[in-house]
Design a protein around this ligand. Structure first.
Ligand code: SAM
Length: 277
């Protein structure tokens, strides 16, 4: 892989988060983590030099891979030569219309070694907007992976953890040391899988859930009661009543509450008209 990059005079661009993989065993393991089979359509974000794309194409029915950097065109023409089931789209994925893309893809899984600078917004976009995405199997910085899959009442648990938990089951599948990437980044990474077909729970309003989660983590040192008063301009009496109706102890702090309890809180906020659609 490095030979091809060198041959085409490719220079790595930090601004695009270009840290490439080449270890065949690791690439195969990621494909297995994603449960890719010959009926799978895979969406990859960040083709790079095509190492993961190739490993995916060997198992999947179809791979659609986005790459922002057109300088990789000659590299990919060579590294992906002969693969009939791969389409590389040289566009900024952040500017794509997800709904339109989903109409074209049908059911699909995302598998990607994500550019670190857009990891969190990308994952949240799939969690909030995707309708046909079965799962995300993505390489992210280890610290982010731990945050995404954290349990309630731990230092890593945060608004993004709770937001994802409502939509599916999140697990850290493997840690990947920094020396597996070219060029070598300053942090270790991990493969995390968000499975939208498992876990998750219903809420009456996605908007109310988002508001409840934001409120729970508004100020970590304050009680949920205080955060409710501040976030929704409730009287103390109403805030206490909302907590009672949800079965949350007075004095509880938001970060101690599991996502499902935040779901129950959001339903009460919605029922009371505190958050409207
Ligand atoms: N998949 C390759 C691999 O594993 O070796 C490359 C991974 S590298 C971490 C991320 C890739 O995403 C880079 O090739 C970068 O140019 C590309 N990229 C960055 N921002 C992008 C965007 N907004 N849309 C599409 N591709 C992007």
């Amino acid at each position: 892989m490095e030979d091809i990059l060198y041959k085409h005079g490719f220079g790595f661009k930090k601004k695009f988060g270009q840290n490439f993989l080449s270890d065949t065993n690791l690439l195969r393991a990621i494909v297995a983590d994603a449960n890719v089979t010959d009926t799978s359509t895979v969406l990859e974000i960040g083709t790079g030099a095509g190492a993961l794309t190739r490993a995916l194409a060997q198992k999947a029915k179809r791979v659609v891979s986005y790459e922002i950097d057109k300088d990789l065109k000659p590299v990919l023409e060579e590294s992906l030569a002969g693969l009939e089931n791969v389409e590389v789209v040289f566009r900024d994925f952040e500017k794509e219309n997800l709904q339109k893309l989903e109409e074209e893809l049908g059911e699909y899984s995302v598998v990607a070694n994500l550019p670190y600078y857009i990891t969190t917004p990308l994952i949240m976009r799939f969690a909030e907007e995707a309708k046909k995405c079965l799962s995300l199997t993505v390489m992210v910085q280890e610290e982010v992976a731990l945050r995404l899959a954290a349990n309630a009442n731990t230092a890593d648990y945060g608004a993004i953890t709770a937001a994802l938990a409502q939509r599916g089951e999140t697990q850290v599948l493997r840690k990947v040391p920094r020396n597996m990437f070219t060029p070598r980044p300053n942090v270790d990474s991990a493969v995390v899988k968000v499975d939208f077909t498992k876990g998750g729970f219903e809420v009456k309003s996605a908007k109310a859930y988002k508001a409840a989660v934001r409120c729970a983590f508004l100020s970590r040192r304050k009680t949920l009661e205080n955060n409710l008063v501040n976030a929704f301009r409730l009287t103390r009496e109403t805030a206490k009543e909302v907590l009672r109706a949800t079965g949350i102890e007075e004095g509880a702090r938001g970060e101690t509450l599991p996502p499902k309890t935040l779901g129950a809180l959001s339903d009460i906020l919605f029922d009371r008209g505190i958050v409207k659609e």
